[in-house]
Design a protein around this ligand. Structure first.
Ligand code: SF4
Length: 273
């Protein structure tokens, strides 16, 4: 029997919408660690960490701290930090450490340009913001990359290291719903693609309502079942299978034949919830 009584995050809610069975697998036996690193995920994580140092320490608001050179200096400090060394990056996809560093440096320049265009470069932006609220008896949890609280409204941004501009806009609708449910006004926001540019999303109350009236209803039904406790949840084979951790153990998977060197989730151990 699987039950869930914690606030619901976007990553879990996305599974509830895209494939409930994948959500059940994930709650029952989440792998301790991914066995492979993803280059673009590393690029996004390191770039995010640089901006976290800049914004959360208020570096951008100190005299001269809003200059590109300050951001570049922070990037080099991160490369020399214990945090960076501890990542033990294995450089997949044929990339080298030099390439990764160059890509992060370029991403920081792009990020600085984007925040400058958004007129946010010397504003009090918070990074990695944990936001909880309740909507229709459902506790929501959002971990938001960047939040700017203006005098009347709040702006939400998510950084992406993706090779393509293909982030899921429902993620920001979910965040906007969490913020709106705390009686705050969402002024706007979008995705910051570190390798590309900025993608503005329509986070108006009408768009949030459309999300709530649409797929949100479906995801909520799944979460309500989990709160009561379930033995199984239905599979939705298809697009979700490609990136599913369980694609080689799930009998409903549309992905066939694991590569010879693939480590199955069952072989890496599980952590208990
Ligand atoms: S392999 Fe496909 S059907 Fe099976 S759990 Fe994953 S996403 Fe769902």
């Amino acid at each position: 029997m699987t039950t869930w009584n914690k606030p619901i995050s976007w990553s879990k809610f996305k599974l509830a919408i895209d494939c409930p069975k994948q959500l059940k697998y994930t709650i029952d036996r989440e792998p301790v660690a991914e066995t492979r690193q993803n280059y673009y995920m590393e690029l996004g994580t390191i770039t995010q960490f640089v901006f976290e140092q800049i914004f959360n320490q208020g570096i951008n608001q100190k005299p001269g701290g809003d200059k590109l050179s300050t951001y570049q200096k922070c990037t080099e400090i991160v490369f020399k930090s214990k945090w960076y060394a501890a990542r033990q990056i294995t450089y997949p996809l044929g990339k080298s450490e030099d390439t990764l560093k160059e890509d992060v440096r370029a991403a920081v320049v792009r990020g600085w340009e984007i925040f400058t265009k958004l007129k946010l470069v010397n504003k009090p932006i918070r990074s990695e913001v944990k936001w909880t609220s309740t909507f229709r008896n459902m506790r929501l949890f959002a971990l938001i990359d960047f939040v700017y609280e203006g005098s009347n409204s709040i702006y939400l941004f998510d950084g992406k290291g993706h090779a393509e501009k293909n982030a899921d806009p429902r993620q920001l609708f979910f965040y906007a719903l969490a913020v709106q449910s705390s009686n705050k006004t969402v002024g706007g926001g979008g995705f910051i693609y570190w390798k590309h540019d900025y993608e503005k999303l329509d986070l108006s109350p009408a768009s949030i309502k459309e999300f709530v009236d649409g797929e949100f209803v479906e995801g909520r039904k799944v979460m309500e079942q989990l709160v009561r406790g379930v033995e199984s949840l239905p599979a939705k084979p298809g697009k979700a299978c490609k990136f599913c951790n369980w694609k080689f153990v799930c009998p409903d998977s549309t992905e066939l034949k694991p590569p010879a060197d693939h480590t199955l989730p069952d072989q890496v151990g599980f952590k208990s919830d």
